[in-house]
Each structure stands twice: as C-alpha cells, then as structure tokens.
Design a protein around this ligand. Sequence first.
Ligand SMILES: [Zn+2]
Length: 172
Amino acid sequence: MNDMNVEIHADACPCCDGKTQIHWVEREFDWKMGNQSFQVKSRIPVEYCQECDLEFEGEEAEIRKHDAICRTIGRLTPGDIESIQKKSNMSHKQFAELAGVGTASLSRWKNRKTIQDESIDRLLRLISQPGGVLRTQIAKSEADTSCGKILTFRGLQGTEDQLRKKSRNFSL
Ligand SMILES: [Zn+2]
C-alpha cells in the first residue's frame, strides 16, 4: 500500500473498457460568477488508458475542481457543509430548517449542483462556530415562545411585504 494514488479508484476506460492509470495534474481554469471571472487552480486525478491512449477526468476530478472553485471564491465546500451538519447532530431536514433554506437547496449545494450564495455561506459559518448552533437554537426557541419583545427578522418582514405586494398585484 505504498502507492500514493491508492485512495482513488481507477475506472475502466469508457472507450475500450481497458484498465486505466491515474496521473495527478495541476489544472488551471477560469470560472465566471456574474461578471466576475476567477482563476481557479486545482490538483486533479486524470485517468489514462494505455490501451487506446484516452485521457479522461472522472468523478473525483469533478469533486476536486468544484471544491477548488468554492475555495477560490471564498465559499464553503460541499464537504464543509456536510461536516457542519454532522457536528450539529442534525438531520438534513433539521439543518435546512435551522439555516432557513429549503431541503432541495441544501441538497443542491451538497451534490455540487449549485454553490450557496454569500449570505447563506456566512450563516453556515456562524452556525459552525463553537456554540453557534446552540445560540441559534436558543434564539429560535425564544422567538417561538415570544412575548412580543423578540424582534421579527427583517428578512422575514421583507418577504411578507413582497408577498403582500404580489397578492395585491394579482387582485388587480
Ligand atoms: Zn481505452
């Protein structure tokens, strides 16, 4: 077990079904977010088939490139989000509720379909602080048993206003 690439499983060649070998390469690519462009650097495993000379990138390469994008633009990686959830001892649904997002959104971030925006990224980092989950839960239970002193979140008010406006528009 002295092969440094042993943790990566080499797939069969998609072209000839032959055995492939893994080579680690440094890749640099541009990634666009809005009108900003980022230079992303990533070290990825590239698979090479000796029989037909095909070189291809497997799932592991995709995972590493996605992680590199997240780090370059300053966002948590899907793995980071998973480990924050694990540390908080919550189910997927509970964690989505705590963060105030839909379970489908949380799935998309975990499955590398999309990257969470900056505000939710900050919230997840706050939750991950020592005592962060606890504080958030206390705040939530205080809000639940509110005696009128707890302020409504501004974000929620905004959403309700927008809903009201929308329903007004619909009634016209
Ligand atoms: Zn091949």
